[in-house]
Design a protein around this ligand. Sequence first.
Ligand code: FCB
Length: 440
Amino acid sequence: MKFPQDFKWGVATASYQIEGAVHEDGRGESIWDRFSRTPGKVLHGHTGDVACNHYHLYREDVALMKELGVNSYRFSIAWPRIYPTGKGQVNQRGLDFYKRLVEELLNSGIEPAATLYHWDLPQALEDQGGWLNRDTARYFQDYAQTMFEQLGDAVKLWITLNEPWCSAYLGYGNGVHAPGKSDPNWYLYAAHHLLLAHGLALQAFTSLNLPGEIGITLNLSPQYPASDSPQDREAARKADGFQNRWYLDPLFNGFYPQDMPEFLSVVAAKIQPGDFDLISGDLDFLGINYYSRGVVKADGRGGYQALPPAGPVTHMGWEVYPRGLYDLLLRLHEDYGPIPLYITENGAAYPDVLEQGRVHDPERTAYLEQHFAQAARAIEAGVPLKGYYVWSLLDNFEWAFGYERRFGIVYVDFETQERIVKDSGRWYQSFLKCNSKCNG
Ligand code: FCB
């Protein structure tokens, strides 16, 4: 496998999933605090109250990253630590945590890559409608601007939003994620306001003339037709519209996909003049979270139906399909390029067990190795892929699944907060060592 010399190799995490310390240093309540405390929403009633206690153990965690040999770390900033009610007065103690973290990273030779929104909306903003309220996008711009001003010299890689599809659809469409609302129209309203928030943050970034780069991270999943029939191909096109193009098209082409009239007629109510100029502002890169593919067939009623996975699956039930990453990268380059691409998340959950101080996770190692190989193939085919972040550094709070799904390359004993590097983490470490020798 050949990767460019300046390739960014990293690990990724998110604030609510690892930090804990939810009541400390003036942090405000987030929608995930509220949601995880609502009975029946999260498996076993787990919450992020303590999580990996990273808020206190960040130095150890950075040391661990250094030991693994990554050169970049993708983390997210908790908006309610900076603005406890989403707006108004900056909470200096919250800001200071991220300053300490960034300093620790830089001192360890690890480049920080900061995501501004990985799902932990301040609850006070949700109380005013959350992403259904257009004003939330304005407050996001103010928060983003604060972070650019405070950290813009040290952080050179910024991601506005993580997976707006999930925030909008799972949060407001089917209610599986916080804030747990459920309405098909709301899904589209929330998605539009999230995209607008992204555009406004981009505008703030550009106006500050900062040295770094800015992009957005989408969860993208190639959708394959179950057969070659025109009906199944049409089904795959529709699934692709729902999953991928509803976000890619406005970002890159300046409008929603024209072949989705049923969605267009709903979202029309929320579009204001100038929105798409902001949303389609120049991106420095596109971040991709890739986990699996979809295979769909026509349902006979003009819609589509997803087929169950054909191959091996992870603990999430997601099919392991490395080839999909290659197909996705080439398709993005062809349809939306040329834009630098980063894989901002890729990884797998397996039911790991700790045995005599070791965690043997050959499936995860194989998963990573096969996906790295597909990324290398895409680079060879001409795709400007610039970096790869493994999800995740640590086992953590996996949203509605609580601590039941382990994605880490480092095992976390949630009783003692002990970290144990899994075999896959050791594999990544030796891959990075060899890679810098062979390509460096
Ligand atoms: C992605 C999320 C991330 C993590 C992985 C497994 O959708 O961005 O926080 O939960 O899935």
